[in-house]
Design a protein around this ligand. Structure first.
Ligand code: NAP
Length: 250
């Protein structure tokens, strides 16, 4: 049997902002550009929340592709304050020579599996792991970063097969989850968020042609995402929203 890792050493208090009266625990998953900026922004906006910021390089680590890590998280949350906010920022677009496909002949099994493992299976398995800890009857938010390119209705350019399809799959999985939680966890709001093109390692190889006013710093993206998320309520659970709060077609 695996040892469970106590949650307390990873928690540190955070200070001011909207959501000022929220107390309990916030979980940010992913320690990349937007994940780190979100952790910083929460520190400035949610004085009552303790922050648990996990990723593959944290201690304890959380790799969304590792079931043992997800089981450990579930166990740790049993001893933690109620989970009021979860934001998943883990995502994969390229690594190790794999990445966005410009044409069908570039599509391969490894790229498809990697994209789906992180971008689609990751968020729904994270939701399963944290479900029992959410809210304890109080309002809670579960958000995950998607991408506009995951919209089928908005796809006019083609290409990027695996990433597009995996984000579309995430959208379907979390929209379905929102419908279930309306019945079983009626205080939890599920939201899919597109951060806008943001200057991070993920976008870096592809952001050359983006005009500076359309390329957000991670800090700006984080505050915009929190502005949108903090206005969401259970009535709108399951929405797919852009950084400015506008709905994105499925
Ligand atoms: N940047 C943009 O322009 C943009 C646009 C639309 C959507 N998004 C979405 O926004 C999210 C955040 O991206 P970002 O721009 O902040 O990119 P980033 O800096 O590359 O961060 C992505 C993070 O995901 C983590 N990750 C990858 N696989 C993981 C796994 N199996 N388990 C746990 N963590 C894992 C990475 O961890 P390691 O640090 O361990 O590698 C990395 O820290 C992603 O979902 C992305 O698809 C970004």
């Amino acid at each position: 049997m695996r040892q469970t890792v106590p949650v307390r050493p990873m928690i540190h208090s955070v200070s001011t902002g909207d959501w000022g009266s929220l107390d309990g625990l916030a979980l940010v998953v992913g320690r990349g550009g937007i994940g780190n900026a979100l952790a910083g922004a929460l520190a400035a906006r949610t004085p009552g929340l303790q922050l648990l910021h996990l990723g593959r390089s944290s201690d304890p680590p959380l790799d969304l592709c590792d079931d043992a890590h997800l089981d450990d998280l579930r166990q740790r949350l049993r001893q933690a304050p109620p989970l009021r906010l979860v934001i998943n920022t883990a995502g994969w677009l390229h690594s190790d020579g794999l990445g966005p496909e410009k044409r069908l002949q570039a599509v391969g099994r490894r790229g498809l599996e990697q994209a789906f493992a992180v971008n689609a299976f990751g968020p729904i398995l994270l939701a399963r792991a944290v479900e029992d800890a959410l809210g304890h009857g109080q309002p809670a938010w579960f958000a995950s970063l998607s991408a506009r390119v995951g919209s089928i209705g908005d796809n006019r350019l083609g290409g990027w097969y695996a990433y597009r399809a995996a984000k579309a799959a995430q959208n379907q999985l979390l929209h379905t989850l929102a419908l279930e939680w309306r019945r079983r966890r009626p205080a939890v709001t599920v939201t899919l968020l597109h951060p806008g093109t943001t200057e991070t390692a993920l976008s870096e190889p592809f952001s050359g042609g983006v005009s500076p006013e359309k390329l957000f710093s991670p800090e700006r993206a984080a505050h915009q995402l929190l502005d949108v998320l903090s206005t969401q309520s259970v009535e709108g659970s399951g929405a797919f929203l852009a950084w400015d709060g506008s709905p994105i077609p499925w």
